[in-house]
Design a protein around this ligand. Structure first.
Ligand code: SAH
Length: 218
């Protein structure tokens, strides 16, 4: 197994990335601090070691991507994470986003539909550091009814619509952040659950995510 080292050089690059995120409009100091604390290069193939702190997405296994740091910061900020929040994440991927949420003190339940990516996290290197992350292999459209309701839900893949079962699994007053398809791009939405299945909706910027697909891939 690869030796994971977080050197002064990595920390310096990470500091620069945080400045970039700040310049791009991220204002939550809690989000910026968490992202400074999580070594993104650990979540990438060693070939990307030198460029891991550029503000861009990179390929991971199963033709998926680790989201751009700006996107991670943007979604996390909209989610308004509080310590001890119970959060459902759809699309584990590299587990970087899950780690940022865990670093902020949340209880994270994360679902991945690609078997290979799920298996990669069986020996998650931060298992001891983040015992507050639980990994699941399944279809995010179904959510995790056994563990519902959640304070927050975060979808990190392009959703064709607001998944009704996920709205059901939100607490009243709970928040879901998700990118929803609008032509070639996705519009970031934040929904706040009212009573029953009713919710209010706020719209934000456009992004580009890999698609949220139905079912599991073995
Ligand atoms: N949060 C990830 C980003 C991964 S990209 C990270 O920090 O690295 C989006 C991920 O969503 C991909 O891994 C993809 O396989 C997964 N995905 C797509 N549709 C899904 C679904 N219905 N249920 C669960 N995961 C899904």
């Amino acid at each position: 197994m690869r030796k994971l080292e977080d050197t002064y050089q990595h920390k310096g690059l990470r500091k620069k990335l945080i400045d970039t995120l700040r310049n791009k409009g991220i204002t939550s100091e809690r989000v910026l601090e968490a992202m400074y604390n999580v070594p993104r290069h650990f979540f990438l193939d060693s070939a990307f070691d030198k460029i891991a702190y550029e503000d861009r997405a990179f390929p991971i296994a199963a033709e998926q991507t680790i989201s751009q740091p700006y996107t991670v910061a943007y979604q996390t900020q909209l989610l308004d994470v509080h310590r001890s929040d119970k959060i459902l994440e759809i699309g584990t991927g590299s587990a970087y986003q899950a780690s940022v949420l865990a670093e902020m003190g949340a209880w994270v339940f994360t679902i991945e539909r690609q078997r290979k990516l799920f298996d990669n996290n069986k020996n998650f290197f931060f298992k001891t550091k983040y015992p507050n992350i639980k990994f699941f292999y399944g279809d995010g459209f179904e959510g995790l009814s056994t563990f519902a309701p959640f304070d927050k839900i975060l979808i990190t893949a392009a959703a064709p619509f607001v998944p009704p079962k996920l709205v059901e699994q939100l607490k009243f007053g709970g928040i879901m952040v998700l990118p929803v398809n609008e032509g070639e791009k996705q519009r970031m939405l934040r929904i706040t659950k009212k009573e029953n299945t009713d919710y209010s909706e706020e719209t934000f910027d456009y992004f580009s995510f890999v698609p949220m697909l139905k079912g599991k891939n073995n």
